[in-house]
Design a protein around this ligand. Structure first.
Ligand code: G3I
Length: 379
């Protein structure tokens, strides 16, 4: 029997559709028995961040999902200075200890976040009892005391510490934080040395955002070279990875991976999430550091993501994961900054009360298409 061209095309597309369905089913079946962490186990750890509330409530659905899908964990807030050490001599260990126990139970790679940062650190840290600014030696003693206590508590258990966070300003060199202003540019050397004297085994990492920025890259590479000559025990660079649909330029991101790896640094993608919402300052014309008023115009998807944007999100994640796989020999870990879109900080930054879609799981903790696409790269 002969068939005409139209029948042939119809049959072919039916076959293709059937094949696609079979592939989808095979993928779904594969994903039932495996997880993203298992699919990438020969490449790098797949991590997530756990928020205070999630750790406190320890909702079994959430905790089981974390244990199933991820093999590296970071506390989103509870190990930051203001949370764990809010007043002189006052330490809150409850959530941090709980986190360590949970991660140990599931044999996860544990990341301590963070020892020295200009944000979420109380102002008393930089002042004496009379409220006057501390001098260099007094602040160094305080830094050493803090690091000694928290890194000491978990020494031998913690796999990696974000020792210093966000110390470099794009194109301007050192951020003029109280750490820099009081101690000077060697504050970072001190922090790494104090971390190492306390914990001889954890991997010690510098962590920052916008790591694709050429100015930041050049400054950090220069620091690493000189610091290594001085014997500073810096071992890794954390690229936070708060990215969007069209920023950063992926070739700049790659240039940074390459540059840090060439300095012998282990690479960690530490806080990955993908913003799909309009960039607020483009609408307000304000500076990046300003806070932004909510308006419906900058919250376009309150009831769900249109298919077209969902596809863009998925494609962009795939683009990044292809890059991560290319650098798999240098990358130790890719950590998402949260589990579900429901709990992402991206719903409230830089504008409060928006509906964002940056992570692998939706608001009901179901896998999103971006999850399947990332998984598919390994199936
Ligand atoms: O826990 C309180 C709650 O009791 C209170 O009712 C509520 C009122 O706003 O605030 C809650 O605390 C918030 C906390 O997140 C937990 O949700 C803080 O206000 C808020 O400032 C805090 O934001 C965190 C932010 O760091 C602070 O700088 C985000 O969760 C956290 O994701 C974010 O993480 C940082 C990394 O540490 C470093 N890199 C950038 C990244 C994003 O900013």
């Amino acid at each position: 029997m002969t068939i005409n061209r139209r029948q042939f095309l119809l049959q072919s597309s039916a076959t293709l559709a059937a094949l696609a369905t079979i592939k989808q089913r095979a993928l779904a079946k594969a994903l039932e028995i495996t997880s993203i962490k298992d699919l990438y186990k020969d490449d790098f750890y797949i991590g997530t961040a756990i928020g205070d509330r999630q750790m406190h409530e320890a909702n079994p659905k959430f905790m089981n999902l974390v244990a199933k899908e991820f093999n590296a964990v970071t506390m989103e807030n509870s190990m930051k200075w203001e949370r764990v050490h809010p007043r002189p001599g006052k330490w809150n260990w409850e959530l941090a200890d709980k986190f360590m126990d949970f991660a140990d139970k599931h044999k996860m790679f544990k990341v301590g976040h963070v020892l020295v940062w200009h944000s979420q650190v109380p102002s008393w840290v930089f002042q004496d009892e009379a409220g006057k600014p501390l001098d260099k030696n007094a602040l160094l003693a305080r830094m050493r005391g803090h690091i000694g206590k928290i890194a000491g508590r978990y020494a031998g258990r913690m796999n990696s510490w974000d020792v210093v966070n966000e110390a470099i300003d794009e194109d301007k060199g050192w951020r003029k934080s109280p750490w820099f202003n009081i101690i000077g540019p060697d504050f970072m050397d001190y922090a790494f040395n104090f971390a190492r004297e306390t914990d001889s085994s954890a991997q010690l990492v510098y962590n920052d955002y916008n790591m694709h920025n050429p100015g930041k890259r050049a400054f950090l590479v220069d620091y690493i070279r000189k610091a290594k000559k001085r014997g500073v025990p810096i071992q890794g660079v954390g690229l936070q990875g708060h990215v969007g649909l069209d920023f950063p330029d992926i070739s700049e991101f790659e240039a940074s991976l390459k540059a840090y790896a060439a300095e012998g640094m282990r690479l960690h993608i530490t806080e990955l999430d993908l913003d799909v919402l309009p960039v607020a300052w483009e609408f307000s014309g304000a500076e990046i550091s300003a806070s932004f008023e909510y308006s419906d115009k900058i919250n376009p998807y309150p009831n769900g993501l249109p298919a077209k944007v969902e596809q863009q999100l998925t494609d962009r994640y795939v683009e990044f994961f292809k890059l991560f796989l290319k650098y798999r020999d240098h990358i130790d870990r890719v950590t998402f900054w949260g589990v579900s879109d429901k709990n992402s900080w991206k719903n409230d930054f830089p504008v409060k009360g928006r509906t964002n879609y940056p992570l692998l799981f939706d608001r009901n903790f179901e896998r999103k298409p971006c999850y399947d696409a990332i998984a598919k790269l390994k199936i």
